[in-house]
Design a binder for this molecule. Structure first.
Ligand code: SF4
Ligand code: SF4
Length: 97
C-alpha cells in the first residue's frame, strides 16, 4: 500500500524570498536541487514550478537564480531593508535593483 507523505509550510513566516514566474518556469527542479537548505520541494505535477516550502530559511545566496537554465523564471525578492542599490558614477549602471 503506498504511503502518503504530507509537506506542511511554516505558516507564521510567509515571506517570499524568491518569485517564480509560472509561465516561464519549465519545472525542471534545478533550483530545488541546488538550494543548499532545501527551501523548495518539487511540485506534485511534473513540469509545474516548485513549491517554496520553507521560505523563512532562505539565505538569499542566489544559487537558485544562477542555476536556473530558463532566463527570467526565478528572481530574488530582497527584503525591503536590503534593497539598497549602487550606481557606477562613470557609466550610470545600477547594481542590485
Ligand atoms: S536564494 Fe539560496 S537559499 Fe534562497 S531559495 Fe535560492 S538557493 Fe535557496
Ligand atoms: S530552475 Fe528555473 S525553470 Fe527550473 S524549476 Fe527552478 S525556476 Fe523553474
Amino acid at each position: 500500500m503506498p504511503e502518503t507523505v504530507y509537506a506542511v509550510p511554516n505558516i507564521p513566516t510567509p515571506n517570499r524570498p524568491v518569485i517564480i514566474d509560472a509561465i516561464i518556469c519549465t519545472g525542471c527542479n534545478d533550483c530545488v536541487e541546488v538550494c543548499p537548505i532545501d527551501v523548495f520541494i518539487p511540485a506534485a505535477e511534473r513540469g509545474e514550478p516548485p513549491i517554496l516550502l520553507h521560505p523563512e530559511e532562505c539565505w538569499y545566496c542566489g544559487c537558485c537564480v544562477n542555476h536556473c537554465p530558463t532566463g527570467g523564471a526565478i528572481k530574488i525578492n530582497w527584503p525591503i531593508q536590503q534593497r539598497g542599490y549602487w550606481q557606477r558614477a562613470s557609466t550610470g549602471q545600477n547594481f542590485r535593483v
